[in-house]
Design a protein around this ligand. Sequence first.
Ligand code: NDP
Ligand code: 8X3
Length: 251
Amino acid sequence: MNKTVLITGATSGIGLGCARRFARNGDRLILTGRNEERLSEICMELKDEGAEVVMLVFDVRDREEARRLLAELPEEWRKVDVLVNNAGLALGLEPEQVGNPDDWDTMIDTNIKGLLTMTRLVVPGMVERNRGHVINIGSIAGDAAYAGGNVYCATKAAVKAITDGLRIDVADTAVRVTNLKPGLVETNFSNVRFHGDTDRAAKVYEGIKPLTGDDIADVAVYVANAPEHVQIAEVTILATHQASGSVIKRT
Ligand code: NDP
Ligand code: 8X3
């Protein structure tokens, strides 16, 4: 059965991959993001291919705006079946003792509090309908810290705890909860992390074939379409030559 899928941060990388893959699967999409122009282009592209899409422009850190826009959705769009909590970022790779507190705030507000905002807005309806799936985009960064990862890793460790906590809290319903934990995925992630230093960003993926946003999207579509009695709690997805957050074999 086709689903209504809400994806945050659908303008780039993993979120964009999910938008395209769920659309190809025949699902209806609510795409959210901050960049209105880019979001419109993506919606046009998917509509041209026959998908049903609506877009909502907001920053996941703006709880009131998120609430207002979701409440204004037409009735038939309000029943979200799959929430993909994807919007997120890393900023900086400095040792913790010299890190930038403003960057810390942005990561915590986006990766943790933004994800919680969306969960709080969407999951009560899922519980009421006894149907739904929350797919959080965590990271292997949440399993073990790496040099300079400190606060980013902490936000993804929080995503793991928040995902596990939600799974426990809705265990008496048919709502399923999944944490997808990718390793190196070549997206705009490193450009953002290094504040637009594209040369430094490119080095992150040198000598290894990294994952793509589409690779992660394939897994998201798979977990969302598992039989209803199957809850895929967590998936770690690594490039073949990446063994852990800090073990990467480059050629
Ligand atoms: P991208 O930078 O390519 O995409 C991030 C998306 O999140 C963009 O659409 C971005 O929008 C959006 N976003 C960021 N902040 C906000 C905000 N405050 N409100 C709304 N949207 C926002 O990176 P990825 O696709 O790689 O990242 C997606 C998720 O995957 C993140 O949670 C990241 O932590 C996680 N991840 C990434 C990995 C990687 O190696 N790339 C590995 C493991 C996890 P905008 O363009 O407006 O900033
Ligand atoms: C993104 C993967 O290893 O760069 O979460 O932190 S990593």
